[in-house]
Write a protein that binds this ligand. Structure first.
Ligand SMILES: Nc1ncnc2c1ncn2[C@@H]1O[C@H](COP(=O)(O)OP(=O)(O)OP(=O)(O)O)[C@@H](O)[C@H]1O
Ligand SMILES: [Mg+2]
Length: 417
C-alpha cells in the first residue's frame, strides 16, 4: 500500500490509514450501528469536514469489512440519470465482489455481441476506461438499472453502498430521488449511505417533502473535530517523530480555519515537514506553512478571479474577504469603502457569488456572509497586504462565527404557580 511509504503522518487524501485518522470513534460506531440495524443513512456535513474519509474509515472497520461487500460511488460531476447509471454500473462491475459474478459475464457478452472496443473495458479488473475518439460514455451499453440493483439483492454477503456527493442529484433533469427510491425501498440485502454537504441536501429534502425518500433514511450530521481532540492527535503524531507542537499553535490553526478538517490537515502536513527533529512548532511556523499553502494555490485563486467578469462582483468578494464575517453589506459606508455602486448591485453580486455550482460565498445568518474557502480569504488578504491584520483577529472572528453558526435557543417556560 502506497500510504505506508508516506513518512508525513498528516494525510491529505481521502483514504487514511487508521493510526493517522483522527478520532471519529463515536461517529464510526454510530454509522455502523445504524447500518447493522437495517437503516439507510443520509450523512450530512459542511464541505471539507471529513465525510468521504469517514466513509472509508467505516469501510475499513472489521465490523463492516468482514460482514459486508462495500461499494463507494462518487457521483460528483454527474449531470443526469444516464451519468448516474453509468457511474454505478462502472463501479459495480469493477467491484471485487462482482469479479466472477454472472452480471460481469453477461456484460462482457453484451460487449462482445456489439463488437465493442475492449480498449474501453478491462475484462480483468472490470474497469471501464474513458472511450476512444468517436464514442462517448453514453454510448457504452447500459445494463438495466433493475439488473444492477437486482445483482446487489442476490449477493451472498449483504452490501453497503455509498453514494457520495449525493446533493448532485438535484441538478438532474430527472426526478432522481423518486427513481432511486423505487429501487432502494424494495431492497433487503443492501444498505445505502447518501452522503453530501448539508445545505444542498437540505434543499433537496425540502423540495421532496411530498416524497418519503428521506423518511426511509436516518439523517446523521457530522460536525467539526473538537479542538482538544485535534490537539491531542497532532501532539501524539509529532511526538512519535521526535518533534513537538505547542498548544497555542494548534489553537491558532483550529481557529484560523474554524475547525475545518481539510485545510487544518494540509497546514499540519506542511508544518510537520518544516520543523526538524527535536524542534517545536509554534504559531510562527503555522503561519509559514499557511504561506506555503497560499503560494501553492496561487494559480487556481487567480484563475477564479479571472473568471469573474463584473468588477462589482469582484469588489463584493474583496469586501467580504476583508470583513471576514460580512454584514451590513448594503450600508452606505460599506458601499463607499469597497466601491460597490449601489445596494441593488450588491444584491445582484451576492446572488452571483452564491452560484450553486461553485459558490464562492456562504450565507451564515440573515444578511451575513463569509467566503466559502478560508484559504481564498487568506490569499486575498495576502494580496491586499493585510494578512497580519487577519491573523490578529483570528480568535475574535472564530468566536463570533461559531456563535452565528450555532445559535442557542432559550424557550421561555410558562408561569407555573
Ligand atoms: N478524521 C480525520 N483524521 C485526519 N484527517 C482527516 C479526517 N477527516 C478528514 N480528514 C482530512 O480532511 C480532508 C477532507 O476530508 P474529506 O475529503 O473526507 O471531507 P469531505 O467532507 O468529504 O469534503 P468534501 O465536502 O470536499 O467532499 C481529507 O483530505 C483528509 O485528509
Ligand atoms: Mg467528500
Amino acid at each position: 500500500m502506497s500510504d505506508v511509504l508516506q513518512t508525513n503522518p498528516f494525510f491529505t487524501g481521502i483514504q487514511i490509514p487508521d493510526e493517522y485518522f483522527c478520532d471519529r470513534q463515536k461517529e464510526t460506531e454510530d454509522l455502523i450501528a445504524l447500518v447493522k440495524n437495517g437503516n439507510n443513512v443520509v450523512l450530512k456535513a459542511k464541505r471539507r469536514i471529513g465525510k468521504s474519509s469517514l466513509i472509508f474509515h467505516v469501510f475499513n472497520h472489521r465490523a463492516i469489512k468482514n460482514d459486508f461487500n462495500t461499494l463507494y460511488v462518487d457521483i460528483f460531476g454527474t449531470k443526469s440519470l444516464a451519468d448516474f447509471h453509468l457511474t454505478l454500473q462502472n463501479k459495480l462491475l469493477s467491484a471485487p465482489f462482482a469479479k466472477s459474478a454472472k452480471i460481469r459475464r453477461d456484460f462482457e457478452a453484451v460487449l462482445r455481441s456489439l463488437s465493442f472496443s475492449f480498449g474501453e473495458y478491462n475484462p480483468v479488473t472490470g474497469a471501464i476506461s474513458l472511450p476512444t475518439i468517436g464514442t462517448s460514455p453514453s454510448q457504452l451499453p447500459l445494463l438495466p438499472m433493475e439488473d444492477l440493483f437486482g445483482f446487489l439483492e442476490n449477493t451472498a454477503k449483504p452490501n453497503l453502498v455509498v453514494f457520495d456527493e449525493f446533493q448532485q442529484i438535484q441538478y438532474y433533469p430527472e426526478r432522481m430521488a423518486a427513481i432511486l427510491r423505487s429501487f432502494t425501498q424494495k431492497m433487503n440485502n443492501t444498505k445505502f449511505i447518501f452522503s453530501g454537504s448539508s445545505s444542498h441536501l437540505l434543499t433537496v429534502t425540502f423540495q421532496m417533502a411530498n416524497q418519503p425518500f428521506y423518511k426511509s433514511a436516518e439523517s446523521y450530521q457530522l460536525g467539526e473535530l473538537p479542538e482538544e481532540t485535534y490537539y491531542q492527535f497532532c501532539r501524539r503524531l509529532f511526538k512519535a517523530h521526535g518533534k513537538e507542537i505547542s498548544e497555542d499553535a494548534v489553537q491558532f490553526l483550529y481557529e484560523l480555519f474554524s475547525g475545518e478538517t481539510a485545510p487544518m490537515q494540509e497546514t499540519m502536513n506542511r508544518t510537520f515537514s518544516i520543523v526538524g527533529r527535536g524542534q517545536k512548532a509554534d504559531i510562527q511556523i503555522i503561519k509559514e506553512a499557511v504561506n506555503q499553502l497560499l503560494t501553492a494555490r496561487d494559480a487556481s485563486f487567480r484563475e477564479i478571479l479571472n473568471r469573474i467578469e463584473r468588477e462589482n462582483v469582484r469588489n463584493t468578494l474583496y469586501c467580504i474577504a476583508a470583513l471576514g464575517i460580512a454584514d451590513n453589506l448594503t450600508s452606505a459606508p460599506v458601499i463607499k469603502r469597497y466601491k460597490l455602486n449601489s445596494a441593488s448591485s450588491v444584491q445582484k453580486s451576492l446572488l452571483s457569488l452564491q452560484d450553486e455550482n461553485s459558490p464562492l460565498i456562504r450565507k451564515i445568518a440573515k444578511g451575513v456572509y463569509v467566503l466559502e474557502d478560508r484559504l481564498f480569504e487568506l490569499w486575498i488578504a495576502r494580496e491586499g497586504n493585510y494578512l497580519d491584520y487577519k491573523y490578529a483577529a483570528v480568535h475574535d472572528r472564530f468566536v463570533r462565527q461559531h456563535a452565528l453558526e450555532n445559535p442557542s435557543f432559550h424557550p421561555t417556560a410558562p408561569l407555573i404557580d
